[in-house]
Design a binder for this molecule. Structure first.
Ligand code: URA
Length: 245
């Protein structure tokens, strides 16, 4: 059970003061009955809430899958570039009962692919905590094509855990074991179990190559929907959500 004024202000109807005005106008109904009492309680599972006759979808959380486009930054504000939130449809931008919309991890400005955006802090913590070892799979295009002997060397090195040089504020470290699947001389899939700054690019730099295109295609068992164009996003289905738990 939640208070009516809390639900209305969290579903885009402004401050508690704004909500009081809407209530006073008799615009709000619970199960078809006009309610003017801000402290009235709603069963968010069962009750039907309408404002001016329109049904309000009372949701605790929202879970979005985005196919991130290049040139968008993974942050809430940026003076120079558009942020990925510019690609989130307005209907998802109002507040939810469970928290603020935020990113589950980040991708570089020039990286495409699967990005999760949610209000569920517990999910975010679970997927991004270094202790969880959640896998992330990337499609990688390389500057230099690699012959089969060298491919086997890369694969063995990444499996053992390649040493990464310090970059910016991030020090050197030995990567966790990572899996390479070759598609072509200059294309492969890389699955990693951690998410350090510029990790994939630094892994290939460590073996003398360079990533020229990077796209995240999966997080854990959740695979990027191939029908989602770059820059588009949609809600996860219940089945997809269960893959992340
Ligand atoms: N690794 C990178 O280097 N960049 C990303 O955006 C994601 C992983």
């Amino acid at each position: 059970m939640e208070r009516l004024d809390k639900i209305l202000s969290h579903t885009g109807f402004g401050t508690r003061k704004d909500v009081k005005a809407i209530l006073k106008d008799g615009a709000v109904c619970i199960n078809g009955v006009v309610v003017k009492d801000a402290s009235a309680k709603i069963d968010t599972e069962k009750d039907e809430l309408t404002v001016d006759g329109e049904k309000i979808d009372i949701k605790e959380h929202v879970y979005l899958m985005m196919n991130k486009a290049q040139d968008y930054v993974c942050s809430t504000k940026d003076g120079e570039h558009e942020t990925v939130f510019a690609c989130v449809p307005d209907c998802y931008k109002h507040a939810y009962l469970g928290g603020e919309l935020h990113l589950v991890g980040r991708l570089d400005i020039d990286t495409e692919g699967l990005l999760l955006i949610t209000t569920d802090g517990n999910l975010t913590h679970r997927l991004t905590s270094p202790k969880t070892h959640c896998s992330k799979k990337y499609l990688v295009h390389l500057r230099d094509g690699v012959d089969s002997t060298r491919q086997a060397e890369y694969t063995a090195l990444f499996l053992r855990g390649v040493h990464i040089a310090a970059e910016g504020d991030d020090g050197e470290w030995d990567c966790k074991s990572a899996a390479l699947e070759w598609i072509d001389a200059d294309k492969c899939y890389l699955t990693i179990y951690e998410g350090r700054f510029h990790q994939v690019k630094r892994m290939f730099k460590a073996v003398g190559n360079e990533v020229v295109f990077l796209k995240r295609v999966a997080i854990g068992s959740l695979v990027l929907d191939g029908a989602l164009k770059t820059g588009e996003c949609r809600e996860l289905s219940a089945e997809e959500l269960s893959l992340l738990s």
